[in-house]
Write a protein that binds this ligand. Structure first.
Ligand SMILES: Nc1ncnc2c1ncn2[C@@H]1O[C@H](COP(=O)(O)OP(=O)(O)OP(=O)(O)O)[C@@H](O)[C@H]1O
Ligand SMILES: [Mg+2]
Length: 247
């Protein structure tokens, strides 16, 4: 399919299993994500969601099939795609020896943004995430939720057209999560970014996604819904998603 920002064609990923043989984490996935699309990805634990992100980000290569990001193989074109993809990982992955501001500025630093500008942009996002006054704190001095907010600031501070979020708000209290979900939505819609958002929560998926893909273990697509084209009521949609998750 042409025009897809992110494309999976017959993609499988397996790992050597502890007792020999292979553990299939992703099983022949075909998926096209259009530019500017907001896709929510749901699936039970261990069904391969995070593995899909490592393939998109070029941190791993498929065992079979191909992945294209902006028409390129992200593993081979890793340098060329630098700055095109921002990721909020499932755990914060902050650098312990860097203060919050320098952690939030890391993506911009890797893109060679000059220090004054990257600190201004990182500081702006720390403030939007409620971390004013913590710019000089090291990660060990921050709570888990605060660290995750630094990681979100790090991703949002880049102008990467592709945003991958791996359960970004699951470690936060509901009020903060609610606020950040709204922030995420306005950021993505204002700037027309392409976003994939992994979550375990059906409500969160319905809130952030225009399209919702449910995976079943090992990562195979159990259902693919375009929420803006659906006429069924919310209860019927939830029932359909629940059935796909349980499949
Ligand atoms: N680097 C790796 N080496 C070996 N096995 C791996 C590796 N990465 C993932 N796996 C296995 O692949 C499967 C899918 O893992 P993955 O992290 O993608 O799941 P997930 O859907 O993100 O789960 P969760 O919702 O719990 O985060 C799991 O069985 C996991 O143990
Ligand atoms: Mg995961």
């Amino acid at each position: 399919m042409t025009g897809a920002e992110i494309l999976f064609e017959g993609v499988s990923k397996w790992f050597p299993a502890a007792r020999g043989g292979r553990l299939v984490a992703v099983d022949r996935i075909d998926l096209a994500v259009a530019r500017g699309e907001r896709l929510a990805l749901l699936g039970q634990t261990g069904c391969g969601k995070s593995t899909l992100f490592t393939l998109i980000a070029g941190l791993a290569r498929p065992s079979e099939g191909r992945v294209l990001v902006e028409g390129r193989d992200p593993f081979r074109a890793f340098a060329a795609l630098r700055g095109r993809i921002a990721i909020v990982f499932q755990n914060d992955r902050l650098l312990p020896w860097r203060r919050a501001l320098d952690n939030a500025a890391l993506g911009l630093e890797l893109m060679d943004v000059p220090p004054a500008e990257r600190h201004a942009r990182a500081g702006h996002w720390l403030a939007r995430l409620g971390l004013s006054g913590h710019e000089r704190d090291y990660p060990h001095a921050l709570s888990g939720g605060m660290r995750q907010r630094v990681a979100i600031a790090r991703a949002f501070a880049t102008d990467a057209p592709i945003l991958l979020c791996d359960e970004p708000f699951s470690a936060l209290d509901e009020l903060t999560a609610q606020r950040l979900r709204a922030e995420f939505l306005s950021l993505v819609t204002e700037t027309g970014r392409t976003a994939i958002f992994i979550t375990h929560s059906i409500s969160e998926a319905l809130e952030v996604g225009q399209r919702l893909v449910v995976l079943r273990r090992p990562a195979r697509i159990a259902c693919d819904l375009r929420l803006d084209a659906i006429t069924a009521g919310p209860d019927a949609i939830r029932a359909q998603i629940r059935a796909a998750l349980a499949a």
